[in-house]
Design a protein around this ligand. Sequence first.
Ligand SMILES: C[S@@+](CC[C@H](N)C(=O)[O-])C[C@H]1O[C@@H](n2cnc3c(N)ncnc32)[C@H](O)[C@@H]1O
Length: 471
Amino acid sequence: MRNAPSNESTPYTYTRPTSATFTGKGLLGYSFGPLNQKDLEIYYVEVEKGHDTFMVSRKIARTYYVLAGSGYFTIDNRKYDVIPGVLVEVPPQVEYCYSGKMTLLILSKPRWFSGNDTHTRWNPDVLVREGPYGVDHSSWTTKLVRAKILGKSPTSFFLRLNERLWRRLPSSLAGLRPMLSYGALVNTLARMHRVRAQALSTYFLRNRPELEQIRRLLETKGKGETLRVAVLACSTGAAAYSVAWTIRSARPDLKLILHAVDISRQAVEFAEQGVYSRTRPELTNTDIFDRVHAAEMDELFLQNGDVVSVKPWIKDGITWHVGDAGEPEMLDILGPQDIVVANNFICHMDPFEAENCLRNIARMINPGGHLFVSGIDLDVRVKVARDLKWQPVQELLEEIHDGDSSCKVCWPCHYGGLEPLNKRRADWKIRYASVFQVGSIPPAQSMRNDENAQITETLYDTEPNCLTPSN
Ligand SMILES: C[S@@+](CC[C@H](N)C(=O)[O-])C[C@H]1O[C@@H](n2cnc3c(N)ncnc32)[C@H](O)[C@@H]1O
C-alpha cells in the first residue's frame, strides 16, 4: 500500500525546500535531499530567460528534463530545441548553456563540488553586458584570450598546464623575480579568460591575523562604548560569527551593534539560524570548520553530535539583512559604521562594478573608521584607496595578506588568486594592505597612527607610476 503524499521528507521521499537553494539572474533552484545516494544530486529549477553563463563542467554529467515551458540548449556550439518531455544529457568537458522560460528537473552525477564549473562567457539571452556594469569583452585581446580552436580553448589548456606546474614549484623558486613576473602575466590571462561568478564559500576564523587586527582596534575604545560593525557578504554566517566572537570575547563591556549582510536570501536565512552540520557542507561546499581548533569549537558552539549551534552570547543581537553592498541605500539601512568587513566577494565582480561597489562601501564608514577588504583585484583596491586617500594600516599587513590560504593557492591561474607579497614593489605598503583607515581621523581617535601617518605621507607623495611593478 502506498502512503499518501505528505509535505514532510521521509527516509524514502523528499519534498522540495520552501526557499531556493541557489539563485541566478532570473533563476531559482531548489535542491532535494541530501539524498541517500551520495554521488547524486537532484534539483528543481525555474528559469525566466536561461542560465546567465555558458559553462564547462569538469567532472559532473548533468541530465535535464523539461517539465514545462520551452527553450533551447546550446551544447558544443549547436542548438537543440526543447519542450516538455524532452531529456537532455550534458557530459563533462563540453561547453553548454540553456535559454528559455522553463521548469527543469536536473540530475547531477556526481554531486556538485567547488571548482567543477568553469563559466566561459555570458549568455546573451540573459545578460547584455553593456552599460555601467559591463567591461570591454569585445576588445581584441579579450577575444583572442577567449578564442577557441576546434571547440577547444588554448588559454584554458595553458592555464590548466600552469596550474599543475605551479603547484609543483618549490616556494623558493616561486618567489624569484622572473617567476613573479611570469605569474603576473598568467594571472592577467586568467582574469581576461574567465567569466566571473559568485560563490558562497566561506570558513569560520578564515583569516586569523585579520581578527587579531580587529581585536587590536578595540583597545582604543572606552569602557562600555558603542561599536558599530557591518560584515558584508556574510554568506552562511561564518564571517559574521567569527567577528562577533572576536569582539565579544575581547571586550564584553562594549555595546556591539553588528549588521550582517548578504545578497543571497538563502544564505542569510541559513546564517541567521547559526546551526551547522560538522560533517556535511551546506550551501557552501567548503569545510567551514577547517580552520577551527578543537578548543575553539567548544568556545564557539554548542555541540550535539553532528549538529553544532553558535552559542547565544555570540549570536544574539546580530541583525541580518538581505542586501546588495553595491547599492547606495545600504548606508540608509545600516547607518554609519566604525568597522566594515567586506571580504572575498568583490573579486567576483568585473573591475568597473568592483570599483563602484568599493566606493559605495567606503561611504558606510565613519570618518576615522576602518575598512577590512580582501578578496578583490589589487589594482581596483589601490585605485580607490589612493583616490579616497585611505590610510593603509601597516600593523599585521604581511600576516593578514598571507592569512587566508584559499586565496593564495589560487594564484596565478584563477582570477581570484592573491598575488604574493612583493616588497620590491615601490607601492607594496598600499598594494598589499587590506585594512584601511577611512576618511579624516578625529584627533581623539587617532589610534596607533603615528607610523601610519608617516607612511601615508610617503604614499601620497609618490609618483602615480609607482603602481608599475619595479621588478
Ligand atoms: C565567497 S563568499 C565570501 C563569504 C565571506 N565574506 C568570507 O570571506 O568567507 C561571497 C559572498 O558574497 C555574497 N555577495 C556577492 N555579491 C554581493 C553583493 N553585491 N552584496 C552582498 N553580498 C554579496 C555572495 O552571496 C556570497 O555569500
